[in-house]
Every structure is written in C-alpha cells, then in structure tokens.
Design a protein around this ligand. Structure first.
Ligand SMILES: NC(=O)c1ccc[n+]([C@@H]2O[C@H](COP(=O)([O-])OP(=O)(O)OC[C@H]3O[C@@H](n4cnc5c(N)ncnc54)[C@H](OP(=O)(O)O)[C@@H]3O)[C@@H](O)[C@H]2O)c1
Length: 369
C-alpha cells in the first residue's frame, strides 16, 4: 500500500520556492506538490507545466483554502507580507509551513499564532536546520553539557546581495537582520537553551552601495547572570558563514553552519586541552527534510517543534534590534521561556536534489548581482 501524502500548495513562486522547495519535496515520500499560487502569468504557465500542477492567482486563494485538494501550504513571499496569506490559510484550518522570518512585526506574528489557534491546523516556521542532522547533534551535545558552561557565541553571515532583489529596497524587515541574522539568533538561542534579556546593535552603509537601510549590522545580546552572544550580518560582503561557541570545557567552530545545497556539508570542530576533532556531516536535502518532518507531524497529529512560539521568540529579538538601531540604546527584553526544545528525533537525512541555476529559474530577481 502506498503511504499517504500531504498535498502542498506553494504560495509565492520566488527564488527559494523554485530553487529549493519545489525540487526538494520530491525527497519526502509523505508529501507531494499539488498547486502553485502566483501573481506572475509567466510562472503560472511555465512552472505548472514543469511540475504538472495547476496554478492559481492570489485572488483565488480563498477557493484553494476551502478546497479538499490541498492539505497544506508553503508560504514564501517577502517577510512583511506573510500575514496577508498566512492568516486566512490558518483561519481556514489548513496546515502552514511558513518561511522565516515569521512576519514584519511581533504584532503580526501574534496574529498568525492566533489564526492557527482559531483554525486548528498545524503551523511550522521553516527553520530547515531544525531537521538537519549535524545541527541537531551539535545542539544536543551542547545542551548535555559536553562543552561545559557556555560563556559566549559569535557569528558572521553575509554575502553580496543585489539592490534590485526585494531584499535590497524594502527596509529593515527584508534586510540582513531578519533575513540572515535569524540564523545566528535561532542557533544561539537553541545552543544556550535560554532567552536573551537585552540587545544592542550598530549598523553602517557600505560606500558605493545603494541599499535604503544599514546593509551591515553588528548585534550583541546578553543573558541573565552570564552569557554573551554577538553576530554580524551583511548584504555587501564576500561570502562568509561561521560561528564560534565557547564553553568552560571546549570551544567549537562551525562552518558551513547556515547554508543549504547539494555541496553544503554542515561541519564543526571541537577544541579542548586534549586537541581538536572535526565532525563533518554529509550534504543533506534540507528542504525535503523539513517537509518530511512537517508532513509526519500532520499525519501523526503531533505539533511541530519549530512552531509559532519558536518563530515569535526570534521575532521579539528582531524587533528589539530594530529599536536598538533606531535609538542607539540597548533594548531590554521581557523575560521569556520557550516551552519546547529541539530533539535529535527531528533529524531527516535525504540525498540532496540538484538545484536549478539562477538562469534556469523563471522570472526571478536574483539575490546576487
Ligand atoms: N529557508 C531558507 O533557506 C530561505 C532562503 C531564502 C529565502 N527564505 C525566505 O523565503 C521568503 C521568500 O524569499 P525569496 O528569496 O524566495 O524572495 P523572492 O525571490 O523575492 O520571491 C518572493 C516571491 O513572493 C511573491 N510576492 C508576492 N507579493 C510580492 C511583492 N509585493 N513583492 C515581491 N514579491 C512578492 C512573488 O512570487 P510570484 O511572482 O509567484 O507572485 C515573489 O517572486 C522570505 O520570507 C525569505 O526570508 C528562506
């Protein structure tokens, strides 16, 4: 007997949908691509022929939400636009895999969570690394105390983005802090296993670039008692992605640690007084993995770990970083406790699919110039 499959509709046929979600779903035996919602008639024509699925316009979304042909949606529009489609999908009782960052404000993120509670479907924020075996192993070892008491974390994540991409001209909420900083923030919150109590930030505009916001930003976070974390993100630099985590017994350097793709092998190196050991995990189909995990949650009626609360924990820090940049002052964060924790059982390991190159993707504005 064939396994039941969750039927996904993609909302927003941009770069990440075409590069990663639409090819990656093929690896998940419990899910299938069933529709595309797009405002672009060229994508509606070409992508639907490529994947043999029907296309709908955003105006037709209510019909699709009410339809028995779709079980779940994957929403990958610009961050600040997420609530426009996330709220009706969730209020309509459908399941939603929602791209990070969750929204463009804490208020909107809370409205998305309220819609999920009202409709009763499942909500997962698309933190693909929460299903990546190497990341889960490192977080598990950290939380078990193998590296001692964690004292500090620092990270850098950046690349050269195009001003023409939606990220390049839509202000803070499509900029480097929500787009790239969310990876460091989510990693450090899960590595410390605690929520930060205050945040400060400084930004700059790179000479010769035309972003309408600070394109390079350094953020520092404090934890109750002890624990410091910092990360720097940039839209105007050579590619960089790494973090360091330092405890009383060992220090860890992870790189690559945030990206995905057929050649990305998540790797970390542990150094103690006895020497250094490198742990490399083979490249994994990260989108197929998160889809398979979410589909399992739906089929088994279990709540996903990266739920609305996990998204909201990042959102409240992102919003405080925006205030810190506006005021130049450290921003206190109200005390908060996460009710769930990552477990190694979330890991899904599939061979990576081949991604289309930017020239093969249909009417996208490429991320890089
Ligand atoms: N998990 C990850 O690794 C990852 C990586 C990259 C991005 N993301 C997230 O995925 C989301 C989309 O990012 P992306 O890189 O795919 O962006 P993108 O290439 O700019 O695509 C966004 C798509 O949203 C749709 N859209 C609807 N209204 C729009 C509007 N007013 N302006 C611009 N686009 C609009 C468009 O699709 P149609 O033309 O089909 O209507 C557009 O192609 C963001 O939330 C981002 O943070 C996640």
């Amino acid at each position: 007997m064939s396994r039941p499959k969750i039927r996904f509709a993609v909302v927003g046929g941009g770069q990440i949908s075409q590069q990663a979600f639409m090819p990656g779903i093929a690896r998940a035996e419990n899910a299938t691509l069933a529709a595309l919602v797009t405002g672009d008639p060229i994508k509606a024509d070409k992508l639907t022929r490529q994947y043999d699925i029907p296309a709908y316009h955003y105006d037709d979304l209510p019909k699709l939400i009410a339809s028995d042909d779709i079980d779940a949606f994957y929403l990958a529009t610009p961050n600040a636009l997420h609530p426009r489609h996330a709220i009706p999908i969730l209020e309509g009782g459908k399941h939603l895999l929602l791209e990070k960052a969750m929204a463009g404000s804490v208020k909107d993120a809370e409205a998305i969570i309220a819609a999920q509670k009202k409709g009763g479907g499942k909500l997962m924020v698309a933190y693909r690394l929460h299903c990546e075996p190497g990341t889960l192993e490192l977080i598990d070892r950290t939380r078990k105390g193998e590296f001692g008491d964690i004292l500090f974390f620092n990270a850098s994540f950046g690349q050269n983005f195009a001003e023409a991409n939606h990220r390049g001209h839509s202000g803070f909420w499509s900029g480097p802090v929500p787009d790239l900083g969310t990876y460091s923030l989510n990693a450090l919150r899960n590595l410390f296993g605690r929520e930060p109590i205050a945040v400060s930030a400084h930004g700059m505009k790179t000479p010769g670039r035309a972003f309408n916001f600070d394109d390079t930003i350094a953020v520092t976070l404090r934890f109750e008692g002890h624990g410091l974390a910092s990360f720097t993100v940039s839209y105007a630099c050579a590619p960089t992605e790494e973090f360091r985590l330092v405890g009383t017994k060992a220090s860890v350097r992870a790189s690559p640690c945030f990206m995905f793709g057929p050649d990305t092998a998540i790797t970390y190196t542990v150094t103690t007084e006895d020497g250094t050991k490198t742990h490399t995990h083979k490249p994994t189909e990260q989108f197929g993995g998160e889809i398979a995990y979410f589909a399992d949650c739906i089929l088994n009626n279990q709540d996903p770990e990266p739920d609305g609360e996990e998204g909201l924990m990042d959102m409240r820090v992102l919003e405080a970083i925006e205030r810190a940049l506006q005021t130049g002052q450290e921003q206190p964060l109200p005390s908060a406790t996460r009710s769930k924790h990552l477990t190694p059982s979330q890991a899904r390991s599939f061979a990576p699919v081949r991604e289309p190159t930017p020239d093969k993707m249909i009417s996208i504005v490429p991320q890089s110039p």
